[in-house]
Design a protein around this ligand. Structure first.
Ligand code: B1M
Length: 208
């Protein structure tokens, strides 16, 4: 039988070849796609997330692990769809209007995918109306915004107001270097997190 602990280990090391090989072998041997996802890929990304939070690994290691996970997901996704496996939750993410910094946002999106969320990434410089339109079109449970500039932080407040005025009931999380819990409380966000790994914990708690 394919070794799912070794699969988790391959994700932790960011070893793309081994990740792909074990994923293929496991599927060929008849291991359920959901088990490969949960006990191999997500387990490995979970450990990376914990190590990232403790500063035991840094952004490059997370990106390399996420890339290995992405390759395995390309193989696994059709099987998950066939098996009718539901994502943990649907998450819409983008940077605040006017903000082109997307490295942190991309990291958050990758970690969320690693934790089993379906992530709809709108990209950068997203107007409040676009968040509203896409939130309605996709029926997500969670919306995330990232801002790196003090000048784009007010766009988060505008977006939250627009979402609330439009009757969107999804929970809203915000983050980015200049953002604080106090600011999140002030503008009516449902949550704030300081890093990508904590964003996953927060997202899980908000959909629970
Ligand atoms: Co810009 N930039 N930049 N920049 N840039 C900063 C942010 C700045 C602090 C540099 C400085 O002056 N020291 C400064 C902002 C000052 C301020 O407002 N307080 C600044 C400025 C001024 C500018 C321009 C205005 C410069 C100019 O043109 N005069 C301009 C603005 C462009 C725009 O957005 N309209 C600009 C442009 C750029 C580049 C395009 C060149 C490039 C961005 C490339 C890209 O992202 N594709 C860039 C970069 C790279 C930076 C720095 C160097 C690095 C930012 C970064 O990627 N950090 C930055 C200085 C610095 O931080 N040392 C700087 C790494 C990233 C992983 O961290 O995004 O914080 P971060 O994400 C973390 C957490 O915050 C959290 O998780 C992540 C991982 O743990 N997180 C979330 C993030 N989003 C989250 C969402 C969540 C939860 C957690 O929930 C949804």
């Amino acid at each position: 039988m394919a070794d799912l602990e070794a699969l988790a280990e391959a994700i932790i090391k960011g070893d793309q070849n081994t990740t792909v090989e074990i994923t293929r072998t496991a599927l060929n041997e008849g291991t359920a796609a959901e088990s490969i996802l949960n006990d191999g890929l997500i387990a490995g990304m979970g450990i990376i997330g914990e190590r990232f939070k403790k500063n035991e690994v840094y952004i490059p290691e997370v990106l390399i692990a996420a890339r290995a996970m992405k390759m395995a997901m390309e193989i696994l996704e059709p099987e998950l769809v066939k098996a009718g496996v539901e994502p943990v939750g649907k998450f819409l993410i983008g940077t605040a209007q006017g903000d082109l910094h997307d490295i942190g946002k991309n990291l958050v999106a990758m970690m969320l995918k690693g934790a089993g969320f379906e992530v709809i990434d709108l990209g950068v410089d997203i107007k409040p109306e676009k968040f509203v339109e896409q939130a309605k079109a996709t029926g997500v449970q969670l919306i995330g915004m990232s801002a790196l500039l003090t000048t784009t932080m007010p766009a988060m407040e505008k977006t939250i107001k627009a979402l609330k005025d439009a009757g969107v009931s999804a929970k809203i999380m915000i983050g980015g270097a200049p953002v604080t819990q106090g600011y999140a409380d002030k503008i009516g966000a449902d949550g704030y997190s300081a890093d990508a790994a904590s964003a996953v914990d927060l997202a899980k708690s908000l959909v629970a």
